[in-house]
Ligand binder design. Structure first.
Ligand SMILES: Cc1cc2nc3c(=O)[nH]c(=O)nc-3n(C[C@H](O)[C@H](O)[C@H](O)COP(=O)(O)OP(=O)(O)OC[C@H]3O[C@@H](n4cnc5c(N)ncnc54)[C@H](O)[C@@H]3O)c2cc1C
Length: 494
């Protein structure tokens, strides 16, 4: 970078969703921006993989709050890059081992009526729970998601004060499961609502009931799939960044950060050092801190925070199609609690009856699989502690196939034509996420939101943080928000 020009320079480390979003925001501010990415491809967790004619989105499969992407692309002056989206209805097809099936409609009123019939509960109680979810989102999002939690101004803001008045409505001190059990009565419906804790890699038996807010995103705001697959989100961000002059440097791993007089100065890689006025870590904070000198260490409460769950994914190219399956399918375990307890035990493999999430984008995107075939993204929660052994993976494949075959009435393994496996160690290697955690730290405690790393360094000027491991948390929308908050802080620091 040209040290003599007046242009301010920025280096963003990591080209996942938040790194690309941050690159765009810095370029809009007039910075000369480089994004360094260790891989030969951009997107991080939101990337894709082709296997023998089948396309698989390698990470996320559900897109919520698309307006955050729309807002960013509009700000970049490239609204035309916004991917075309399909609004999912039903949102998900649920299966239980006893033969029960339930298609979750996108409309909350229809959901309540159908759930009442399917689970023999009153539609009023279900409707009320959905409205509660929406109310909690309305109270908590402006405070916990859209602003920095590390600035005094947040706490003197009218949204915060309004939230404070209604704090008991947030059920912070109860667990999600306890609240659902009390209000919903049917064990299957409780399991369906508990599952939303996994949307940020948390455990419904530990996570605060504030996470009841998550279903409101789907039923009140919509669940979406880009017409060209989830990868279209990464592609749109990458194209917007490039059109704004951001230089994306692939195959470059940041190996150190230099700082002087409490001001960030440069980033090191194996081939040299590049100076920068601003450095943004868009990688996991646990991975980033070792790049700083030993004098600056990760706060203990963040270092020891419980990680979100990881996953074992069998991406299967299936040689036939299954009309009884939808785009998103869940096959629940009989003992959900035992499944979560087992996830916390080091060395554990996948249980004999896991909850299986099956995403088939080829139901909507025909080019994702050969004619008459389907691309199955078959995922189970996995402990993020250490790699799974080959034997554990083989056993998991057998158990998953047995469960699916028994419910679908067909030997599914017979149809597997291509396979690409992603296990926690692969996710860790591909994305730099310690333990292969999907969403950074979990939200398993009432204090999780307060314990996430801030979006700006309190000790080194010019150093900022985005991505799933920092405030406001993991998932595509929150990663986009982390870039928005960090960008506001850069603005305020001027
Ligand atoms: C299996 C799976 C399913 C998921 N499902 C969903 C879903 O349905 N919906 C949803 O919203 N979210 C989902 N998520 C979560 C979502 O994908 C993440 O929260 C989000 O993509 C994380 O983005 P990020 O910006 O934090 O960066 P990441 O995607 O973590 O990318 C970080 C990038 O930094 C690079 N990097 C690391 N270290 C260095 C270094 N030293 N130098 C240079 N580059 C480096 C990595 O290679 C990587 O490309 C899922 C995640 C996974 C893995």
């Amino acid at each position: 970078m040209d040290k003599h020009s007046n242009t301010k320079t920025a280096i963003v480390i990591g080209a996942g969703v938040s790194g690309l979003a941050m690159g765009i925001r810095l370029a809009i501010k007039g910075y000369s921006v480089q994004i360094w990415e260790q891989n030969s491809f951009v997107g991080g967790k939101l990337s894709e993989h082709w296997e023998q004619g089948y396309r698989f989105d390698a990470g996320p499969s559900l897109f919520t709050l698309p307006e955050l992407l729309e807002e960013l692309l509009e700000l970049a002056g490239h609204s035309e890059l916004m991917p075309e989206l399909i609004r999912l209805d039903p949102i998900c097809r649920y299966f239980w081992n006893d033969g029960t099936r339930f298609d979750a409609p996108a409309n909350p009123h229809d959901f309540a009526n159908l759930a009442a019939d399917a689970f023999r509960v009153s539609s009023h109680s279900v409707q009320k729970q959905l409205e509660r979810s929406n109310e909690i989102y309305g109270i908590s999002a402006p405070v916990f998601l859209y602003r920095s939690m590390h600035r005094l101004s947040t706490y003197f803001n009218s949204d915060f004060l309004k939230g404070l008045v209604k704090i008991q409505r947030l059920d912070v001190l109860k667990t999600m499961h306890d609240v659902h059990r009390k209000r919903l009565k049917s064990a299957k419906l409780v399991q369906l609502f508990d599952r939303y804790a996994t949307y940020n890699g948390s455990n419904p038996y530990k996570a605060p009931a504030t996470l009841q807010a998550i279903p409101s995103l789907e039923y009140f705001k919509g669940a979406w799939l880009p017409k060209e697959g989830m990868i279209a989100i990464t592609n749109a961000l990458e194209q917007a960044a490039v059109r704004l002059g951001v230089h994306i440097v692939l195959n470059r791993s940041a190996t150190g950060i230099r700082h002087k007089n409490k001001q960030v100065a440069a980033v090191e890689w194996s081939g040299g050092t590049e100076s920068a006025h601003i450095v943004v870590s868009a990688i996991d904070v646990q991975r980033f801190y070792p790049l700083l000198s030993p004098a600056v260490t990760l706060p203990e409460r963040i270092k020891t925070a419980e990680r979100s769950t990881s996953a074992l994914v069998f991406n299967w190219g299936m040689k036939s199609s299954y009309p009884e399956l939808d785009v998103h399918n869940i096959f629940f375990a009989d003992d959900y609690k035992a499944e979560f307890q087992a996830l916390g035990i080091p060395g554990n493999g996948i249980g004999i009856d896991p909850t299986i999430y099956l995403f088939i984008s080829s139901k909507h995107i025909q080019t994702d699989a050969p004619m008459g075939c389907e691309n199955w993204f078959t995922m189970v929660n996995a402990p993020g502690i250490g790699a799974l052994t080959e034997d554990q993976i083989d056993l998991a494949r057998t158990h998953i196939a047995q469960k699916l075959s028994s419910i679908l009435g067909k030997d599914v393994l017979n149809d597997v034509q291509a396979e690409w496996v992603l296990q926690p160690a692969d996710i860790a290697r591909r994305t730099g996420s310690p333990d292969g955690a999907l969403y950074g730290p979990s939200s398993n405690s009432a204090w999780s939101a307060f314990n996430r790393h801030a979006n700006a360094s309190s000790s080194i000027k010019g150093l900022y943080f985005t991505g799933g491991s920092v405030h406001p948390g993991g998932g595509i929308p929150l990663c986009l928000l982390s870039a928005r908050i960090a960008s506001e802080q850069i603005q305020n620091a001027k």
